[in-house]
Design a protein around this ligand. Structure first.
Ligand code: PLP
Length: 347
């Protein structure tokens, strides 16, 4: 793999930190509508929540333009990534993906015996789709695409990706992780969910952790062909892992379009502020379609983490192609100002 992450020997004391810019969370959430729904639903927690789950699934299926049978729920999209990997790779095989990419599905696939066919990203950090297609062989059980991609923040243009998914899913299932897609702006940022209406074997993962501001409340879902989901759910059930309060919280945040629009707007403002300041300091960032930005730094990753943590700023540090990089999540503007100031003091 092209990526290695750095960690401090000791975990920082999170409650003493001034800016938590390490986990691509939503600094404004959960929305007040969700807070209210969660508080009011506590008393219903003695019952299983099938009815409320069905209400949420119904709303999501209408949004995605599919039937409720095309949706599998989970406590966060991590749950879906992991379950799909467990079931698909329990007899081995290989998974084709970009490198760098988000490693959750791949790590589970590898741990149950699959191999990873890592295809380096192109020079603009988008997916190298022809190389990925060429890497598919008789043992390939799935192609994993993270779009926009984590940790690089890049997008692979919608039209190219649509053609790729449409063609490749005739051979093997294509999993498209769209955790950050609602935050992406500009052309080429369309969802691959439209391929389901054409009966294509694609699986789209979405989460309430990012634009909906519910990372700690844990709700996510996969949209796929019912036959594909049946195969997964025969072995491991979906919605069973989500609490009653989180289901009600998710219904509220789903309806709260104002909160989502505000998140998107403030996220863009923070990115613009950051870009401007990174340019002033001569850091060359990758333009981001997400709520995080990655850029090369000129001190070793672990030293960088130690210095930023000492200033109360939590970020992530990676080596990519043997060079150190910082990945910073968008926080509030106040947190971004502290990040910029702290970074300036290092150079
Ligand atoms: N997919 C990507 C690309 C992510 O970056 C993350 C989390 O950061 C997830 C999935 C999992 O998120 P969650 O389990 O909170 O839905």
């Amino acid at each position: 793999p092209l990526v290695r992450e750095h960690f401090l020997d000791e975990r920082p004391n999170v409650s003493a930190m001034l800016a938590r810019l390490n986990a691509n969370e939503n600094p404004y959430g959960p929305p007040s509508s969700t807070q209210k729904a969660v508080a009011e639903s506590v008393m219903g927690g003695n019952r299983y929540s099938w009815k409320e789950l069905a209400t949420l699934v119904d709303k999501l299926s209408k949004k995605e333009g599919v039937t409720p049978n095309h949706i599998m729920m989970g406590p966060g999209s991590s749950d879906l990534l992991e379950k799909v990997a467990l079931v698909l790779f329990m007899k081995g095989g290989n998974v084709v993906s970009a490198d760098p990419t988000y490693m959750s599905l791949i790590k589970v696939a590898e741990s149950v015996g699959a191999t990873w066919k890592a295809i380096p990203c192109k020079s603009d950090w988008s997916h190298d789709l022809p190389a990925m297609e060429a890497a598919i062989d008789k043992d390939t059980k799935m192609v994993y695409i993270c779009n926009p991609n984590n940790p690089v923040g890049s997008i692979t243009a919608g039209k190219d990706l649509l053609d790729f998914c449409s063609r490749v899913s005739e051979k093997v299932p294509v999993f498209i992780d769209e955790a950050y897609l609602e935050l992406a702006e500009g052309t080429g940022t369309e969802s691959m969910v439209s391929l389901l209406a054409q009966k294509k074997n694609v699986i789209i993962a979405r989460t309430f952790s990012k634009i909906m501001g519910m990372a700690g409340l844990r709700v996510g879902y996969a949209v796929a062909q019912p036959e594909f989901l049946d195969k997964i759910q025969k072995i491991t059930r979906g919605g069973m892992g989500i609490s009653h309060t989180s289901i009600l919280g998710a219904i509220a945040s789903f309806e709260d379009k104002e909160f989502q629009a505000m998140t998107k707007k403030l996220n863009t403002e923070c990115k613009e502020y950051l870009y401007e300041n990174l340019k002033k300091m001569n850091y060359k960032y990758i333009p981001s379609y997400t709520n995080f930005v990655i850029f090369p730094i000129n001190i070793p990753g672990k030293d960088f983490l130690a210095k930023m943590t000492a200033k109360g700023v939590m970020v992530r540090a990676f080596d990519i192609q043997n060079k150190p990089w910082c990945r910073v999540s968008m926080g509030t503007m106040e947190e971004m100002k502290l990040f910029v100031k702290s970074l300036g003091e290092l150079s």
